[in-house]
Design a protein around this ligand. Sequence first.
Ligand code: HEC
Ligand code: HEC
Length: 487
Amino acid sequence: MKTGIARFTTVAALAASGGHCAGSSHASATDVAADGAARPPSDSPTSDDDASADAGGDAGAVPIDPSVLTLLEMLSPPTLPAPPADDTDRFADDPAAAHLGQELFFDPAFSGALLDPDNDGTAHTLGSAGQTGRVACAGCHLPAAAFSDSRSLGGGISLASGWGLRKAPSLLDVGQDKLLMWDGRRDALYNQVFGPIESPLEMNSSRLYAVEVLASKYRTEYEAIFGPMPAFDDPQSFPQLAASATGCQQGGVLTPTCTGTMHGMPGDDAEYSGLSPTDQQAVTLAVVNIGKAVGAYERRLTCGQGRFDRWMRGDASALSASEERGAVVFVTTGQCVRCHSGPYLSDQTFHNVGLTPAQVNFSPPDDGDHGAATGIAAALADPLSTQGSFSDGDDGRLPTTIPPTFEGAFKTPMLRCVGGRPAFMHTGQLHTLNEVVAFFNRGGDRPEFGTSEIKALGLSTEDQSALASFLHALDGPGPDTSLLQAP
Ligand code: HEC
Ligand code: HEC
């Protein structure tokens, strides 16, 4: 503790003196070493165990020199940037839209029947097979689990109508992201909602049913924001779908596609296909607006600054010695900042880290998954994308070509509040941060597709556990409590 304060004082003084500028860095680093303050936590006189454990490796002595400090400052600016303005969605920061979006996020009324017989009505499920109206966004993005899924059995992947293949990502700070999903196949919060609504494994519903529920429950509020809503609840104008008739009716679905017909959406050869193109357009637009409302709410979900940031501002007691050491390893020998960079600890792009998909829970392993190579291709082909007519503008967020490195690559997750997530990686197959660190330390495993960018690190066991404790220190206060339930 004493060592920590002394060392941190030196770090803060360095920052104040601008010692991290390239020109002066060598002299400053020497000064720090000379006064004995800038030593790794393991050099504390009280931690002989650490010192001897480190003797076998060379990662023990990691002085916080100015270049390291510069790297740490990039992870912790004095204030965290708000979600960037969104040219594709003019309601992105509309308070009334965010209020409606919060209601919709917690409302299960939009969902069709639960299909998988694993839905046995226990607390790990959202109800019993055959029941309708059980699945809200919040059913898999739980406020208490950093808006990830701690409800489904095993805490890895989600069981809603059926079992999915990928883990529900945390939604904290999702407003920072432009390319969404683990593989980038959605490029805006407003079009992302079509995924869960129309997936037979998630809400098992459809855009037509969604607007009918919207009309019956939220017409006034919707119209105050988005203008007049067509008569979606008038059977003369739109065929009315029962909750049990939306989406897929084929029970026992264990694969990502419905074995029968999805009703109420494009390709149903029935209720939706029978609508005039104008009416189809009106239905889709209303769901886009649902997405804009939900997106405005999601942009408010933030982790916020926590102990790491307090430590960077000079509160030496905010981090333990191990957490301090982990911070240094993160930006140096651990090489984590190669990808986990910036204030949210993500470069917001896609990398192949050599994960071999494993079976998680009762779902088959997520194999055959090419990641961003197919995800970005899907986004480019999506009529709902930011390049299409439902977008309020195209800010060029979609790449024009798909680089070969996107083969087998997944999105670098942001890491603020990472300790609150129930499982890790896109498959949810790693259950502790220690396992994640061990994974990177061994150079990953064997990617199913493409080439891994990860090489073995050879970190000492101390450095590995320090890294894991640092990750836990990336906690924060989370969103305002008023955002954690239906308004
Ligand atoms: C069955 C569980 C489930 C439900 C219900 C669900 N989600 Fe998700 N969500 C997931 C999973 C799993 C992923 C990642 C899927 C992928 O990458 O293929 C995801 C991804 C996302 C993402 C992208 C996050 C990122 O970091 O890229 C957003 C945003 C999101 N969901 C919002 C919602 C909203 C809004 C709803 C309700 C309309 C919803 N989800 C309903 C499981 C669910
Ligand atoms: C080459 C880029 C790259 C490097 C280097 C890297 N990561 Fe990652 N990290 C990723 C990607 C991409 C994922 C998601 C991979 C997946 O799900 O298939 C990930 C996942 C994670 C996760 C899981 C988060 C979640 O929500 O599932 C943690 C924690 C993490 N990394 C920490 C680290 C640490 C600590 C280091 C340094 C030892 C590191 N990463 C190095 C790109 C990288």
